[in-house]
Design a protein around this ligand. Sequence first.
Ligand SMILES: O=C(O)/C=C/C(=O)CC(=O)CC(=O)O
Ligand SMILES: [Ca+2]
Ligand SMILES: [Mg+2]
Length: 384
Amino acid sequence: MTAATPWGLDHLPYGVFSRADRPGETPRVGVRYGDHVLDLADALHDEVFATGSLNAFLSRGAAAWRDTRALIRSKLATDPVAAGLHLVPLDRVELHLPIEVADYVDFYCSLEHASNLGRMFRPDEEPLKPNWRHLPVGYHGRAGTVVASGTPVVRPSGQRGAGVFGPSAKLDIEAELGFVVGAPTALGERPGRFADHVFGVTLVNDWSARDIQAWEYVPLGPFLGKSFATSISPWITPLEALAGARVPGREQDPEPLDYLRRAEEWGLDLTLEVRLNGEVVSRPPYRGMYWTPDQMLAHMAVNGASLRVGDLFASGTVSGPEAGQRGSLIELTWNGTEPVKLSDGSVRAFLEDCDTVSITATAPGPEGGLITLGEVSGTILPAR
Ligand SMILES: O=C(O)/C=C/C(=O)CC(=O)CC(=O)O
Ligand SMILES: [Ca+2]
Ligand SMILES: [Mg+2]
């Protein structure tokens, strides 16, 4: 087995795969270890891992997540020969959407991103709306169009102004971090500790058609400009693997209301990397995000809304203060006025057909070193 790898015992992200040698079998849950996937249904003799998604396992709750991770680590470390029987080479599996997405919520937690978009969409107003520093602004997305990395994204068509219909000419990305809810709550109940409900994180690309969005969003918020596809990584990194990445959240002014007070450190020192056709165009730093994920969770449930197994909530676009840290093309090119230059001599204001965008991230590992989050990638197909 592979020894020195960014996919070692300290990471072990979960995914759902099917095996080329077992056609027709229901996809299975595995953890990535080096260039292999450990087949958990076989290795742990537990049918919860043979159900086609992570949801049944997630519903067992945080104590089971911890015990399972400990068991997997001990099997791989102390009995590699036996564990090796259940390791399938990555190049012989197909990876799927890891969770059955229940509800999908997208937040807007980067001060820099919100300020940049405010300047472009509402040039005559203050960039930040008066509510922005008082609550993590969010909207409900379309769970059914969350797709696994690698799924092609068809350029959406829609209204782009009064009487104007056609393919989006401002197709964009949003590099985000997504949080997967494992343990649910009942209607009317408030969630407890963040780590008792949230299982792990995944990278998200919230594809956005800026021309459709700019015309439709007033006053109810994003709708068709974002609901055509949202891509996530096939790998869910459990929170425990991020123990070395936890940092205090960014200072907040004004002090948030009690229900939004941070009880624990859930700032995360992750650095994202956005590639366009293989070239790095941005490195957004997650640790500077204004609202932390524990605050997002508290806010989305404060009205008594229940959490469901498989809920996905995303941070919103991760943008830092520097030009090379912006998590969307609309910011990187300032609404297309300062196109990005690629090394083949071509330029991009927004995405063209056949462009491929991929997002990765690294974070300090729980035992030193770095861990690498699973990539999310997608290629644009022409409008239909
Ligand atoms: O400011 C606006 O009107 C719109 C902002 C966005 O498009 C951002 C969004 O989807 C949330 C985010 O990713 O931060
Ligand atoms: Ca978004
Ligand atoms: Mg989207």
